[in-house]
Every structure is written in C-alpha cells, then in structure tokens.
Design a binder for this molecule. Structure first.
Ligand code: FAD
Ligand code: EPU
Length: 340
C-alpha cells in the first residue's frame, strides 16, 4: 500500500538544506507501489517531481505537486565473463554505498567516482563524473518505467546518449521516465586503473603508494574530495553549481593574451574546456559570503547555504556570478544543478 503524505518539509531531503514544502510526498520502495501510484487520483491531478538524494537540486519555492522519492534498494550480481561481472542495482541505492561494495569486493571501474552523493538511479541522468572517469564507461543498461503509460523500457548505453553532464534523460525524455535500476559492468581482474588526473597521482605519491589498487585509488579520491568539497552534513551545497564551459580555440587564445594563466583542456569539436571555478575566482567571488549564502572558500564552483539560506538567495547569487563571468570573459555559465 502506498502512503501519500501532505505538506512535507523537504529540508532533510536536499543537500542544500533548503526549507521548502511539498504539497504531496510519497516514497517508492517496491515497483508495485509505483504502479499503484500511477493510477491514483493524486498522481493524475498533480504535477510530479522524482527525487533521489536531493544532491543536485535547488528548491526556490514550495512544490505545488507530488514528490516521488526513490527508495528501491539492492545490489545483485549477474552475468560473469572471464574478467567482468554485471551488477544490477536498484535506483534508490546510495551511489557511494555501491562504490564501497565494489571496493570491498575488488571490482573495478567506479573507484574514481568515490564519495559522490546521491542515488544510483540519478547517476546516469547527468552521467556523473570525477577524476577522469564518467559513469557512462561502465553502464550496460538503464531500466525505466514510462510515467504516462507504466510501460517498462530498457535503454542501452548508446540509447542514453551520454555526454559531459548530459544524457537523453535531461533532454528529450526529461521527467518522462522513472529510472528503476542501472546495470553496470565492472572488472573482476585485469582492472583498467585510471590515475591520469594530476591530483590522484600526487595524492598516491604522498600516500607512498607504488602500485595503485582499487582501494588506494578510492582512498585517494576520498581524501582529495574531503579537502576541497564541503560536506553537505555540515554546510549545505550541491557540489559544482555550474558546468565547466567550452569555448572556441580563438576565444581561448584571445583570453590568454590578457590572462596568461587561464587553464584550458581540449574538448570535443576542437573546443576548449575552461574550469568555471577559475573564471569565478578571477571575478573575485571565491570565499564571498552574502548573509546566509556564499561561495565556498576552497572551491569557487560550489555555492553554499550556511544554514538558513533560501533557494532564491542561492539563485540570485548564481545569477550575479553568471553576469560577472559574462562581463569579464564573455562566457555564459550554465547551471549543473536542477533549479525548481
Ligand atoms: P537528485 O538531486 O535527487 O535528482 C537529480 C535529478 O534527477 C532531478 O531532476 C530528479 O528529478 C532526477 N531523478 C533522480 N532520480 C531519478 C530517477 N530514479 N528516475 C528519474 N529521474 C530521477 N556530480 C558529479 O557528476 N560529479 C561529482 O564529483 C559530484 N560531486 C558532488 C559533491 C557534492 C558535495 C554534492 C552535494 C553533489 C555532487 N555531485 C556530483 C552532484 C550529485 O551528487 C549528482 O548529480 C547525483 O547523481 C545526484 O543524485 P541524487 O540522487 O541526489 O539526485
Ligand atoms: N579552479 C580554480 N579555482 C577554484 C576551483 C577550481 O582556479 O576555486 C581551477 C584550477 O585550475 C583547477 C581546475 O579549476 O585545477 C579544476 O578544479 P577541480 O579539479 O576542483 O575540478 P572542477 O573542474 O572544478 C570538476 C567537476 C566536479 C568533479 C571534479 C573532479 C564539473 C562541473 N565539476 O570540478 O564534479 O568532482 O571536476 O573531477 O565538471 C559536480 O559535478 O558536482 C562535481 C563536484
């Protein structure tokens, strides 16, 4: 039986720690509950929003509709080859729990994605990535339920149309499907360890690691993240607020004349990816605090709520940052966070 609650405070359900209320709220911990929900009057009459761990969402107002919180959990081993195994993981499983499971069982492929908050079901939506790895590299399929018909559909990796912080679920299929599970292929031996990211290399060296392993890479990533990123349990945030923008090579070279230290990395279609954190820092925002909200002192890409901040205060700060960066560099930043 599904329980639909009324007027629920979402403060504990989003990592920004923003106070907002949902008119209706329910948790889905079994797929049958979703079927039941889809035929309910509340579902038919109200706008809905699916919520995982709330670590990539900014509430700027109350939700005048229904929040569907994903609570399906479980990890199942499936098909095995000589050196890989498939893991079928339910959407509400914590992403970092899955990473720890893999580290514990010496399964390779997602150790660089250690300590990313949120759920497994949300991970393909923006193709989570960190320290040289994106989840698209290990995804075999994504299973989802059509929210208008209840029909089940399985998406292959290619059908997800993954890109940098992108997938089909953010575009053509936005809000159309409830992702119920993700199947990943991870390695059981002959692991392809990735230590290409400078910070991982340096941290492993400082840890005196000569031959990296899944466990030591995971430990290094956890260490790096703890030094740079605020823990949402202490200071509200949603990780990077903006995506790293890409600009043309000629624009980059033009900026380099007056800003010789501007970092840039080759991206697709001969574009150059510039770290948004650098641009924001150059505009003087790093560590700035405006009443209840601000820009993190160790990472200018992270906007923070010091406790009683409102979603609109964060949004206004984001808009001011976008204007400054546009004015100084003629680059338009786009939010990574889902603004509600
Ligand atoms: P939510 O915030 O709950 O939802 C995000 C979006 O997905 C919403 O539009 C929601 O409607 C939709 N959604 C969620 N679940 C489902 C589902 N089952 N079916 C359909 N739609 C769904 N991201 C990175 O990529 N790399 C990082 O290194 C990283 N670091 C972070 C560090 C911190 C401290 C924080 C707070 C966030 C970080 N993030 C990072 C962002 C965030 O953790 C990821 O985007 C994560 O995948 C969001 O998961 P979630 O369950 O919290 O999603
Ligand atoms: N930088 C600055 N000042 C800052 C922050 C960054 O100058 O305040 C510059 C530095 O040049 C630094 C470069 O930006 O070398 C890159 O910084 P960092 O390694 O911290 O990574 P990022 O580009 O800021 C991205 C992701 C993170 C991910 C890290 C590690 C995006 C939008 N963000 O951040 O993802 O964890 O790389 O791979 O791509 C997230 O998406 O929420 C997130 C945290």
């Amino acid at each position: 039986m599904i329980k639909i609650e009324k007027n629920v405070n979402l403060k504990l359900y989003n990592t920004f720690g923003i106070e907002a209320h949902a008119r209706y709220f329910c948790k889905i911990s079994a797929e049958e509950q979703l079927e039941e929900l889809l035929s309910s009057e509340v579902y038919k009459n109200e706008h809905h929003l699916i919520l995982g761990g709330g670590s990539n969402i900014l509430f700027t107002k109350d939700v005048e509709g229904l929040i569907i919180k994903v609570d399906l959990t479980g990890i199942k081993k499936q098909q095995e080859t000589d050196d890989t195994i498939d893991l079928y993981v339910k959407a509400g499983e914590g992403w970092h729990n899955l990473v720890l499971y893999c580290v514990q069982h010496n399964l390779g492929g997602i150790e660089n994605l250690s300590l990313i908050p949120g759920t497994v079901g949300a991970a393909p939506i923006q193709n989570i990535g960190a320290y040289g790895v994106e989840i698209k590299e290990v995804i075999k399929k994504v299973e989802a339920i059509d929210l208008s018909t209840g029909a089940r559909r399985s998406f292959t990796n290619a059908e997800c149309m993954f890109g940098y912080r992108e997938s089909i679920f953010k575009h053509d299929l936005k809000e159309k499907y409830f992702i119920s599970s993700v199947t990943l292929t991870v390695t059981t031996k002959n692991h392809l360890l990735n230590t290409s990211y400078g910070a991982i290399h340096d941290t492993l060296k400082a840890m005196h690691v000569i031959e990296p392993s899944i466990k030591t890479i995971s430990d290094a990533v956890i260490h790096i993240r703890k030094t740079k990123l605020p823990d949402p349990a202490t200071v509200g945030n949603a990780g990077s607020f903006f995506k790293n923008p890409t600009i043309t090579l000629s624009h980059y070279e033009y900026l380099k004349k007056t800003n010789p230290s501007i970092p840039g990395y080759p991206s697709v279609n001969q574009l150059v990816k510039v770290p948004a954190g650098w641009l924001i820092e150059q505009c003087g925002w790093k560590g700035k605090r405006m009443d209840n909200v601000g820009v993190h002192a160790q990472q200018a890409l992270v906007l923070v709520n010091y406790g009683t901040g409102k979603g609109n205060e964060i949004l206004q700060l984001a808009k001011n940052i976008i204007s400054s960066v546009k004015e100084k560099f003629d680059i338009t930043l786009t939010p990574e966070v889902n603004i509600i």
